[in-house]
Structure formats: structure tokens, C-alpha cells
Design a protein around this ligand. Structure first.
Ligand code: CA
Length: 521
């Protein structure tokens, strides 16, 4: 399939004389042929109604473009561009649906996809380079590119072109600490404030039977993602991956403290303070261990974890799973290393190479970067999904009372991974109060570590980084598991040496260079 696509686009490039390598000339020609229309009003991008095709298929078929979605019908009223969905309605594999569309060579006017795919096939000619189109016809997108930190680096491909307009997430907090407050109350303890107190609480959970069944069956610390055991290394001042230390890029496992942290975790594991099955239990860990009244503490996403207070209120008597601040670590700091990345969804919309009117397509996308377009994608249509109260959109009761608000909103085309800037206020309206309290506490105290900026690499650098990065991750995760479970004695010197052999210094250096370039800019 891939070969077919490659051949297809190679032929295409020959025919059009390498237009994708010379975006300036092709776009200018396009503009000349399609003189800007006079007399457009409001958000109109065309005087006459025009139809455009879109491939939008994500979350493995949970969201597939529907011509009846209220948001895009409203957008059609305002812009005169009417979208028709072409993604297969029955497919439950978004990647496969995307690959088939590419392989067919029949690329619709607009295509939703991941950054990796849109950039890759953009470079091969399937999608238009958008830089000049934005410059001349998309003032709202242009403003975002100029003003939003890291956005330009995020969207720019290694060949220097921009092939997609992104979905930008909003909100800062991602994961936080949760503890069984009802167990603490029962044992006369308080939420731990330091690493030492964390140890004491976990120990008490293990030994003092807080679930009251007469057995030491409590699992003090658990996680549904084994790799996130790495989040705990911060308690010893270590980090599990690349991080920013002032202006220096560091790789956490390559620092001495990492060895100390893993010794600490191995001790906790040996004392059964960490789930013995943490490396194998998997995605259902919260359902199982909270549902069985066994799990005591975790570090996980605020929204979904706080949701267990509702889910289990009738099943586990007195169940209270509440947030607490990151415990002070051995360096005397309270740090939350996870932070929501505005570009973390790595998704957006590209324009197909054969679209009849690239100018109208980019103008249409520009609408969703206006305040009006942003509100439409975040809240839907006024009077239908929300009302304006004191100038602010407030969801209608039937939306807020639905068991799964995001899924309900998707049925209107709202909050899909189209290209626009998400607004965290939308989430605040339905988030569990416990999650909201935690998020507000973390945000007000700014516990967040400085996030890594999006890096922009050359093609050669990118290749190297993917290669070394994969080796480092495999080795790190393998050794973490062996050490924590006590399968192998911790030999940090040997570990560090092996990281060096795998190219960690080049890996750090390439990131440092990219970081320096972005600072100079
Ligand atoms: Ca027990």
C-alpha cells in the first residue's frame, strides 16, 4: 500500500513539475486564477455555496465526520462552505482508514490526521504546503503562529514547510496525586506532605487493614500504566526522561539521582507498598483495585480518576478518593512533572493537493481560528447545546447531565480533533468537583515543572533521534522493571555506561542544539 502511494505521488510530482517543492509559485498561480471575490460579508469565504470533501476519522471510529453535525452546518451558514464526509462509516481503525484513503490516491479537500502522517505525506506531495496561503489569506491562523509559544516549531516539518493546521489543547494540569481520604481518616492520618510521610502512609495502608476485612490485602500504591512508575522518581529529585534544567536539556536516567530513586522504589516494592503486579496489571488497574476496595494511592489523570468517586459511591461504602499536593521530595521541592501539552494530541487538518480552490480551503480553516469559530467547536450552536449567560457560553442541562459529556458533544461535532484552539472552560463546567479542586490547587501553586518545548529538527536529526530514543526507552524500561522487582541487583555505573553506548550523549546534544536554535529565534 505504501509503495503504491509513493509511486503515485512520485508520478504526481513529475507531472506538475515539483510544485510541492516550490510552494511559492504554485500558490501564487492558484491565487491569480481565483481572484478574491468582492462583496463577501461576515465570515463568508465564498459568495456562492461550495462543497468540499473531508476525511475525518479518529478515536478508532468513535468520531467520524457526519454531514448532519450541527457545528459544521452552522459553519456552512456562516462561511458558505459545506463539508461532506468521505471517511468510511463502518471502519473501527482510524489509522487503517487514513492509510486506505492515502493509498487510493483520491485525496479529499480537507484531511484530518496525525502530525506524523500529515507531515510525511505532505512532504511526498499529498497535501499542500500552507505557508504562503496562510501568509496571504489566513490572518487568524497567522496571528496564532506569531503569538502562541512553540506553535510554529510544532507545525513546521523538517523540510521547512507547514502541512497542517493543528488542534490545540487547553488547560495546564494533567496528572495529580490521589489518596483514599476515608482510609486516612480511619487511621487518624493526614495526606502526606513529604516523601517520608508518603512512605509512612503507604506502610500504614499495608499493615493496618484500612478496608476492615481483617486481611492485609491492601495494595497501597498502584497504577494502570506501569511506565508511569517513572513519575515517582521525582520524589528522589530524579526524572524519567528528557527535561529542562534552566537552559540545559538533561536525560533523567543519565543522572546519578536516577539510581537513588530506583533503589528507593525497589525498597518500597519489596515491602509490598507498590502493587506486586504493577508491571502487568494494565489499563483496568483502577477499576479492579478501587472497585475491590484495595487500592490506596495513585498518580493519574485528574478528570478520569476523580470520576471514581461517582462510579463507586454505591459500591464501596464511604469511598473518598481525593487529590493532594505533590509530596515534598528529597531536594525539598514539590514538583508535578506532568503538564498538559497544548500540542499533545498531535492532530490537525491538511489540505489535499488536488483541491480546486486552496484559497477558499484555507479561508475556511481560518474561520475556526476566530473567536466565533473557536466557540462553535468548543460549545456548539447557541440555543442548541449552550446558552450565553452574562456573555459566557454555558452548556444546557441536558448536555451537563449526560453520563459522558465529551461523547455527547461529539454527536454535534463539538470537541472533535478538527483544527481550532480548545477552551479549558468547557471542561470546567462538567468536571467532577474533586478533580476541579485538585486542578485549581496545582495551578494556583504552580507545582508544574518547566515543560519541554516542541523541538524542530532537520530530517537527518529526526532520523537519529527516533533511532536512539527507541533504544534508550527500551533499555530504561527493561532495567527499571528488573531493578524494582529485585530481579537484578542495581548497578547504576553499568547502566549509565550502557546508556552512553546507546548514544545518549548525542541524543541530548541534538535536543540541546534544537533548543538553542529555538531560543535564538
Ligand atoms: Ca484489609
Amino acid at each position: 500500500m505504501k509503495k503504491f502511494a509513493l509511486i503515485f505521488f512520485s508520478i504526481f510530482l513529475l507531472i506538475v513539475g515539483g510544485c510541492s517543492n516550490n510552494s511559492a509559485s504554485s500558490d501564487k498561480n492558484a491565487n491569480k486564477n481565483l481572484e478574491s471575490e468582492e462583496g463577501l460579508t461576515g465570515f463568508q469565504v465564498s459568495k456562492e455555496p461550495v462543497d468540499m470533501k473531508i476525511h475525518l476519522h479518529h478515536f478508532d471510529g468513535q468520531v467520524i465526520f457526519n454531514d448532519d453535525w450541527a457545528t459544521f452546518k452552522k459553519a456552512a451558514e456562516l462561511t458558505n462552505v459545506n463539508l461532506k464526509g468521505v471517511a468510511p462509516k463502518t471502519s473501527t481503525d482510524s489509522q487503517e482508514a487514513f492509510n486506505l484513503m492515502i493509498a487510493s490516491g483520491d485525496i479529499p479537500d480537507l484531511v484530518q490526521g496525525t502530525k506524523a502522517d500529515l507531515t510525511k505525506y505532505g512532504k511526498e506531495g499529498a497535501f499542500l504546503p500552507l505557508d504562503d496561503l496562510i501568509e496571504e489569506h489566513a490572518p487568524n491562523i497567522k496571528k496564532y503562529l506569531e503569538e502562541m509559544e512553540g506553535l510554529e516549531e510544532f507545525v513546521t516539518a523538517s523540510d521547512g514547510n507547514l502541512y497542517f493546521i493543528p488542534f490545540i489543547a487547553d488547560g495546564e494540569a494533567q496528572k495529580g496525586w490521589f489518596v483514599r481520604q476515608d482510609w486516612l481518616d480511619k487511621l487518624g492520618l493526614k495526606a502526606p506532605q513529604t516523601i517520608e510521610e508518603t512512605y509512612e502512609v503507604l506502610k500504614a495502608f499495608k499493615e493496618k487493614d484500612p478496608n476492615g476485612n481483617g486481611k492485609q490485602d491492601e495494595i497501597p500504591y498502584f497504577s494502570r500504566i506501569s511506565e508511569s512508575l517513572g513519575d515517582l522518581t521525582i520524589l528522589w529529585g530524579a526524572r524519567n526522561d528528557l527535561y529542562l534544567d534552566g537552559d540545559k536539556i538533561q536525560y533523567g536516567p543519565y543522572e546519578e539521582k536516577y539510581g537513588t530513586a530506583l533503589s528507593g522504589l525497589a525498597k518500597w516494592y519489596e515491602e509490598k507498598l507498590i502493587d506486586p503486579e504493577i508491571f502487568t496489571r494494565g489499563a483496568k488497574a483502577r477499576d479492579i483495585l478501587l472497585g475491590n476496595n484495595q487500592g490506596g494511592m495513585t498518580h493519574d489523570w485528574f478528570g478520569s480518576t476523580a470520576g471514581y468517586n461517582n462510579l463507586l459511591k454505591d459500591q464501596v461504602e464511604g469511598f473518598k478518593f481525593e487529590t493532594f499536593a505533590p509530596p515534598q521530595n528529597t531536594d525539598g521541592e514539590k514538583v508535578e512533572t506532568t503538564v498538559r501539552d497544548p500540542y499533545g494530541d498531535k492532530a490537525g487538518i491538511a489540505i489535499g493537493y488536488s483541491t480546486k480552490d486552496p484559497v477558499k480551503a484555507i479561508k475556511y480553516l481560518d474561520f475556526f481560528y476566530t473567536e466565533e469559530g473557536r466557540r462553535l467547536m468548543n460549545y456548539g450552536v447557541e440555543g442548541e447545546t449552550y446558552d450565553l449567560v452574562d456573555g459566557k457560553p454555558v452548556f444546557k442541562e441536558e448536555i451537563l447531565s449526560s453520563p459522558d459529556v465529551p461523547t455527547t458533544l461529539h454527536e454535534y461535532g463539538v470537541q472533535t480533533l478538527f483544527s481550532y484552539h480548545q477552551d479549558f472552560e468547557y471542561e470546567k463546567q462538567w468536571l467532577n468537583p474533586i478533580a476541579l479542586k485538585g486542578i485549581e490547587e496545582y495551578t494556583a501553586n504552580n507545582y508544574f515543572a518547566e515543560p519541554l518545548p516542541p523541538f524542530s529538527f532537520t530530517e537527518e536529526e529526526e532520523k537519529k533521534i527516533i533511532e536512539i530514543g527507541a533504544d534508550l526507552k527500551t533499555y530504561r524500561d527493561e532495567m527499571m522493571q528488573k531493578w524494582v522487582m529485585g530481579a537484578e541487583k542495581i548497578d547504576y555505573k553499568k547502566f549509565k555506561n550502557q546508556l552512553k553506548n546507546l548514544g545518549v550523549e548525542e541524543y541530548i546534544d541534538l535536543h540541546q542544539k534544537a533548543y538553542n536554535r529555538s531560543i535564538e529565534k
